[in-house]
Design a protein around this ligand. Sequence first.
Ligand code: DOR
Length: 445
Amino acid sequence: MAKTLLKNGKLVNEGKIQEVDILLDGELIVKIAANISDTSATVIDINGNYIIPGIIDDQVHFREPGLTHKGSIATESRAALGGGITTFMEQPNTVPQATTIEKLEQKFTTARNTAFANYSFPFGGTNDNLEELKRLDKNSCSGIKLFLGSSTGNMLVDDEAVLEKIFSSTEMVISAHCEDENTIRRNLAEYTDKYGDDIPMEYHPIIRSEEACYLSSSRAIALAKKTGARLHVFHLSTAKEMDLFRNDIPLAEKKITAEVCIHHLWFSDVDYKEKGAFIKWNPAVKTAEDRDALWEALLDDRIDVVATDHAPHTLEEKDNVYTKAPSGGPLVQHALPAMLEKHLEGKISLETMVQKMCHNPAILFQVKKRGYVREGFYADLAVVNLNSPWKVTKENIAYKCGWSPFENQTFKASVTHTFINGHLAYENGMFSEKRNAKRLTFNRP
Ligand code: DOR
């Protein structure tokens, strides 16, 4: 395979920004140094723009198998490349669900044939698949996913005894969706009594409340402490939960880790009036004070990872009254531009953004040879121009569902190039048709 030489880039990597050239040979990064020359390489001038490691998104829903009217591994992984995301971990709430090793492996087969970005899939734990879970090879997939609160796909694990057994039976990272089901049911019943199905959307964070989140995440953390399990709490949304996480030890030593998603960092409850069901997610987008606390915890390292929870639904599905409009929205194409916008507002440094979106998911899931720009690592890279404004419109949305919660937003920064395993897969709005994505491998002793 050919060599590519990236010249005049500013590399954001491992806590530093350096003006270096990067030489790619085949699928690998082979040299990082000032002024590299190699006459056999194709030279790409990065023009002083920033180069970051390809983003690892540890939580997406690409809807295949079974829900491909919303999106597929092909369509959504392609959109991800347009947003600088070169690796994804796709969640098990598909149809059928990835709750047996056979069904999980079928997803890997589909990805091998159709994915544009590197992939892995967690195994979905349920109330009745413990024996299957115990048979999992810990290096075969990204980890275990548990819904400790129901969302799209009805995968609630609510049997306390089974939960304790799951937590005690695996060394793998258990990623958990935490919202207390009883609290949500009680709140929902109260609001349906009052409004019927057409509950005003701004009550979503009152129904899927702070209390529902806190009860569930604090219970999961208590169980992880009791059993010694390795717990990663997905998509945190409240200030109250932030006290549950520590920042006094390095990520590699943490047994309990935390994630925040783009929508919880960007939107707040004042946005329900304008955006309605387009910002209806589980857990719900909450108050501006919650959002501020999430930022604070992200920056002081109580929160380790920024992900998307990309979860497309069709416009027809979203165009419904509260109880019928599904939760979730597409984000992979716009997560990096949104974070860069926050960088340009002075909220986060490029180095910290790269730590939370690239390095930390690699550390947390022990991903082999990705998440950093290093010699000998896979050449997964994104190039961003911080001064190249563009507006999100129907015409430039790459998701199968054809809409975005960011529609009409102008972002100041653009993703100009995305390389995956050494191949230039995206350049200024154009996607390559070539597929060279790989199944993730892990460093798990
Ligand atoms: O809002 C959500 N939608 N949250 C989730 O965790 C699941 C997702 C979906 O699959 O639609």
